[in-house]
Ligand binder design. Sequence first.
Ligand SMILES: *Cc1c(COP(=O)(O)O)cnc(C)c1O
Length: 290
Amino acid sequence: MANVSVLRLDLAGGLAPGNKVFKLQGNISAARHAGYQRLLSFGGAWSNHLHALAAVGAELGLETVGLVRGERPRALSASLLEMQDWGMQLHFVSRDEYRRWQQPERQAELQQQFGPCWIIPEGAANRAGVLGCRAIGAQLNALAVPGSRVVLAVGTGTTLAGIVAGLDAGFEVTGVAALRGATDLEQRVANSLELCATPDPGTWSILHDFHCGGFARSNAGLQEFIHAFESAQKIPLEPVYTAKAMFAVWQLLRQGSWHSTRDIAVVHTGGLQGRRGFNWLRDPPARHHR
Ligand SMILES: *Cc1c(COP(=O)(O)O)cnc(C)c1O
């Protein structure tokens, strides 16, 4: 059976390791170039993206502003508390307002309200985000067996596009969509490659059948897989992204769909802070039988 290795971005150091740091590094370079000391972005109460933004802001001494989707809860989530401790200014906005604030024509208004700032779209799904993720491709070039199949979880497709742009020829990239019915993803990835002037090598694809119920949802199969995988491999996963990618690999290998001897390099994109949002994960894994 294929040899599976894992690129552990979750261990990469820093306060909030994972793929979000790469997307943010691209944005911080762009912000500095444009002369901004303050970064503003959007996300939910458990957002890996906002959490990572607050972390790199604290690490680099940059001001950060987070527009958080939904009214201020009576008790802040563990993620929000940490963001606040790291100095992020949190602003809670209703779901409608949250959507409206992201319209490009409202950027001037954001600048007026929060001061001059580099505005990063939700999930850092912009050109700078893609450019930052090329460094993940470079790590794979150095560490993975040439010609491996690279597998990773996909939300906006920004990370996948950056990896494709950074990889040497010969690799094949398979994304596992964490959202149900994300039919525009292929187009988004194609657009992202175009944005950073990378000819599309056509060596990537996205699997749409492993979302396990939809974004941030899980089913019994996924939950059971997480517990079994973690206790066998001693590699922690989280149910929103990384577990879905790993579960897909396991199922496709087991079914014989990927029967070849081609090596597989799974990118562990981090996000482990988000585990705290799931009650069924807080406790030690339940005992299970195999
Ligand atoms: C955000 C995130 C992803 C998805 O990244 P995209 O660039 O939006 O596709 C994957 N894994 C983890 C852990 C994430 O936090």
